[in-house]
Design a protein around this ligand. Sequence first.
Ligand SMILES: Nc1ncnc2c1ncn2[C@@H]1O[C@H](COP(=O)(O)OP(=O)(O)OP(=O)(O)O)[C@@H](O)[C@H]1O
Length: 314
Amino acid sequence: MADPILELEGLTKVYSGGLKALDSVDLNIRKGEIFALLGPNGAGKTTLIGAVCGLVRPTSGTMRAFGHDLAKDWRKARRRIGLVPQELATDMFEPVEHAIAYSRGLFGLPPDKARLEEVLRSLSLWDKRKEQIRALSGGMKRRVLIAKALAHEPDLLFLDEPTAGVDVELRKDMWRQIDAMRARGVTIILTTHYIEEAEEMADRVGIINKGHLLMVDEKDAMMKRLGRTEAHITLAKPMSEIPAIIARFPVELEREGTALCYRGGDGTGKGKAEVAELTKTLTTAGIDYVAIDTHESSLEDIFVSLLGKQEAAV
Ligand SMILES: Nc1ncnc2c1ncn2[C@@H]1O[C@H](COP(=O)(O)OP(=O)(O)OP(=O)(O)O)[C@@H](O)[C@H]1O
């Protein structure tokens, strides 16, 4: 793999109560990518981030970041890693700019006014810099969290559920921020429940459930490999069997012969073209239909179907 900046091998975490939150996770993160870790509640996302950021002690496995073994050389690597946690654990009475300058200081970096201004401006916090954090809206507090993580100029940034509970406007704004960070060369790992978010922004996606990393792939390849087109064609008259003229299409009769269901394609638009051909064939054969409902599968469908398969396998 080109330039892995984070390498996890066999990463396992068993909490003291015996719960296995991570089960032998292998993962390489490439320089400059946006990697989305998708998984339901309790999948192990926060535990994985915590392990890399030194907040959770792994039970076994190895972690290397920027070529340093995190178990031995943690400090050197940690300087280059930023974390935007889910919740603000900071002094709410502090003015915004102090909180951010302090975060930078924690990493032993000298104060840098220009950098502070740049971070504040890029997150639209400049006008709020003198305000106490507690006086800010929820969305603005989120921005403070990001600003704190950016203050020490990390090369690898973890965002744990960056947009959970924020409104649509702010979510879009956050996406833009994340894009801008990537443009500056920051590698980004984000966890999310919002599949839309992964679909919109990520280069690669990892799906995790019950501590198992079920799949890691380029987002586009995943969509192509697992994407499907589904079309429901409501017929003018019910059928008792599939006519030979359309037997070559992947169709089934549904709703007591009143609808034809096409399931095929590969997430590249091939399915849509095939549905168009199917309807043309029906028309030519004099088979009337009254409605067509087409659905291209999304990352969400892929996610739900993968998790369903895992449930079935347990
Ligand atoms: N300190 C802890 N002690 C014991 N169990 C824990 C601890 N922290 C997390 N867990 C458990 O480990 C599992 C994974 O939790 P984790 O927070 O990593 O999941 P997550 O994917 O981040 O979930 P969410 O999306 O809800 O934040 C869960 O079953 C959780 O209850």
